[in-house]
Design a protein. Sequence first.
Lengths: 586, 167
Amino acid sequence: MSQNVMTGAEMVLKALVDQGVDTVFGYPGGAVLPIYDALYQQEDIKHVLVRQEGGAAHAAEGYARSTGKVGVLLVTSGPGATNAVTGLTDALMDSIPLVCLTGQVPTHLIGNDAFQEADTVGITRPCTKHNWLVKDIKDLPRILHEAFYVARSGRPGPVVVDLPKDIQLTTGVYTPPANVQHKSYRPQVKGDLNKIRQAVDMIAAAKKPIFYTGGGVVNSGPQASQLLRELVRMTGYPITSTLMGLGAYPASDKQWLGMLGMHGTFEANHAMHDCDLMVCVGARFDDRITGRVNAFSPNSKKIHIDIDPSSINKNVRVDLPIIGDCGHVLEDMIKVWKSKQLRPDRAALEAWWQQIDEWRARDCLRYRPSNEIIKPQYAIQRLHALTKGPNTYITTEVGQHQMWAAQFIGFEEPNRWMTSGGLGTMGYGLPAAIGVQMAHPDALVVDVAGEASIMMNIQELATAIQYRLPVKIFILNNQYMGMVRQWQELLHGNRYSESYMHALPDFVKLAEAFGAVGLRCDKPDALDDTINEMVSIKRPVLVDCMVDQKENCFPMVPSGAAHNEMILGPEDEAHRDISAEGMALV
Amino acid sequence: MEPIRSHTIAVLVDNEAGVLARVIGLFSGRGYNIDSLTVAKVEDSRNLSRITVVTSGTEMVIEQIKAQLDRLVPVHKVQDLTIDGPSLERELALVKVVSTGEKRVEALRLADAFRARVLDSTAQSFVFELTGATSKIDAFIDLMRGLGLAELSRTGVVAIQRGAGSL
């Protein structure tokens, strides 16, 4: 018994160890000093000192996405907590399991506008899956274990545990995690077998089917990706995926159509539009995917597999919803398919593939190559060619470079691709890369960045230096907020309002100032050497890759348009008028 | 356009700090309507509260509201009383009427017809207590407007399913 008597601060660390945590990203401050003191006196948990709490949140996200484990961050009250809010919202949108421990002013001062006080549970209520303010040491162990359970169960997401300083200093009795059922939160993981049978019959009968998969497959674990591959290959059907789902199905496979959506491939979007059966696995029909909702895949039956019942019929009405974990449902589908000895309609499938091959022949990702100037697409293609492998992890910031990375980097495995999808958070990539590198010390981790995004969390380069994390930052520098400029060209008469990046730093010197290596490249024929040099240096390296300033990201489903109304390139663009409704969309 | 309908939804939640804020925040954050909302502790032993919310929306929106409520961690059960068989809905109102002479007599006569109770009276005023369906309370209030209606306090709707079934 006596060994279970400890302070609240010690309980926090004990609970982390019992929950299998080895790394915490954080930043100290007055209201978490007792926890930092306990951290100092133990060796089980590594702490990574970030340079701003926002970095801690994204680093924890990178750690979580690349390992499938819960990411943990520890920040102080007030500004510590509010700085973490963007990362929490990001994790909520992309279903990333995080436990965020925040310090709080002592309980007797709560509500007094004390120094560094903020209503953390109030502020984070809408951007977490759940949150707790611990007011009694007796509740602390239960809440800590519950926090991990809620973060990783069902549709994963971020949670906050707000810890007043007096609770951290109070002594109480620690209880280890127990296998008790949660009193109210018990997500359904097994799908309804009758519905699964019905779904399999629909799949077998389809003439123009498509699998449309998302981040749910990755979140379900590597097993789900294996099962997805098995089912897709058994059927011989085409498959596309959202930005979040890349890697669940190998990009080198012939059944792979590439990403779908606003900057997805021509063949994926047209197949979605024309299909007669859509099998959505762990994706949520968001507006970047559907385009104009009333024109979205008008003639298809839709099956939707999702662990979150609130995703069903949210944006698009589906014909057959199956609530459950992708892995479990896919496993049952394969069993049913095998036991019924089903065969797809060969003739119909052949005609469907013929149609898809015609769309493929449009070669929608083509761009005009150049010997003079580095095309951003070419830079990504070379980066991929020279770095690909199972031990390479890619993170991104947000913007054109992110879409080019999604289009041109072929992912073969899940958990290798970390990007801010739902929230679209510039500044995500560098801290995320740090989180990935902490989890995979021997991996090659590259943050594909833009010169605008990287400035949002550049301070984290110091973190990489401190912990000797050899992350690579590959900046496609076009001296514009490229995606903003692209939309200004498309919608606002080329009026580049505040999208030109004046006063950029010398990135090479900046890298050197931090103690990293800086490389610059502005000629296509020097690109390979630069990338090879970047990879060979076992330290943090920043590559300032000067690319074509005017290049835009295509193909594109303009806002308010349907999947079959894609713009293929600049020549195409002039002929498209955007509707007033489309203008208002983001 | 899908038709917009009113639904009465009962939600059984843990009686803990912030749970009402979660429910209200969900409605405001996602742009759903709240036409009426009541909350009170209903089970001491399990420390549960019951929230009754009257909301309106298309079928798709109502379906969303229920799914969104159900995934809140402290929510135990969500029941759509409008869909799940016949249910009873009641509201209580306290109505203050200030008037003299003929109007005062008429107010008292109507209150009697509506089976309102007189909780308080002075030479110039009455406070009536009235229980019933929202429509009955609305009708009574409309009548009182011309008779010196001075102040109004309503509980909002509480509702329960008819028959032996329970939440």
